[in-house]
Design a protein around this ligand. Structure first.
Ligand code: AKG
Length: 284
């Protein structure tokens, strides 16, 4: 394949399901813990994902339990009041999504970012309702949500199904935090009505939050529909509310080392909110 420059468009970089990235981008991911890749999927490919996204975020998939929830509010919030709609593990519920084109192209990039074997660990659909200022995804490090494993390598892709902008609450990261030696302390999010997650047992909500430090600099990552951001497991990130008249729609897919995923499953951890695990015991 021909050598690519960082500003080459997606169309120039794609060959079948392979999206070629540059050595500079691999290095940027290692150093800075995030990356943006434009033109990841074309419009025809995006159109194969849209109906499934709508099916899930409109709450049409039965039997999801806590896998269908609002990440900005406690479990049990009525659907009509959802702000940050979250549907976990869509391809577990609908086999039509297994091995979809997004997965294939993301796998091709994960393979270039990682020198060992990267496998898809989990995916999720996220949608922010229009004019919901409180549809925030609380700042966190992904590792704060996950079990302790020796190898923590991760590449989490966020595919924009709608243009993702500052006004509708695009992803935001704190560069440099990916290099911090210690993971920050994650605590259950408080919901302002005296309702917390409840002693960290995750019965009431899944959402954790960290304290931001005075030196934390926020960089916003707006992307067009069909483009992706990728972030690692240590970078402090989250997203703001949606003050626009349009939905923000995102398809998240995370790749981790194959042995890490095997260890997670051995602990009974699948990234489903319905997992019956002792969260206090296994989580970082
Ligand atoms: O896209 C967002 O709003 C946040 C997603 C996120 O935090 C994640 O995928 O780890």
């Amino acid at each position: 394949m021909k050598r690519m420059t960082n500003d080459a468009s997606g169309l120039q970089r794609r060959s079948g399901a392979t999206y070629q990235i540059t050595a500079e981008e691999v290095q940027q991911y290692k150093d800075q813990g995030y990356l943006t890749l434009n033109g990841f999927l074309n419009e025809a490919e995006m159109a194969t994902l849209d109906p499934w996204f709508e099916h899930f975020v409109q709450g049409k998939e039965p039997g999801m339990g806590k896998d269908f929830c609002d990440m900005s509010q406690p479990y049990g919030t009525p659907f009509e009041e959802f702000r940050l709609v979250n549907a976990m593990l869509p391809s577990h519920y609908r086999s039509e999504l297994v091995d979809n084109i997004y997965f294939q192209v993301a796998q091709s990039v994960a393979d270039q970012l990682y020198e060992a074997t990267a496998v898809m660990d989990y995916e999720q659909f996220l949608a922010k309702r229009p004019q919901k200022e409180a549809a925030e995804f609380a700042m966190h490090q992904d590792l704060g949500y996950w079990p302790k494993t020796e190898n923590t390598w991760t590449a989490t892709f966020s595919l924009a199904l709608s243009d993702s902008e500052l006004q509708n609450g695009c992803l935001q990261v704190c560069p440099g935090t990916n290099k911090e030696s210690e993971l920050r302390n994650h605590v259950p999010k408080e919901f302002g009505d005296g309702h917390t997650e409840g002693d960290g047992n995750r019965d009431d909500s899944h959402t954790l939050v960290i304290e931001m430090l005075p030196g934390d600099e926020i960089v916003y990552l707006p992307v067009k529909r069909g483009s992706v951001t990728i972030h690692d497991e240590r970078i402090v990130h989250g997203s703001g509310g949606n003050t626009s008249d349009e939905w923000r729609k995102t398809y998240v897919m995370a790749f981790r080392d194959s042995e890490t995923v095997r260890q997670e499953r051995e602990m009974g951890f699948t990234h489903s909110h319905n997992d019956e695990v002792n969260w206090d015991e296994i989580i970082h």
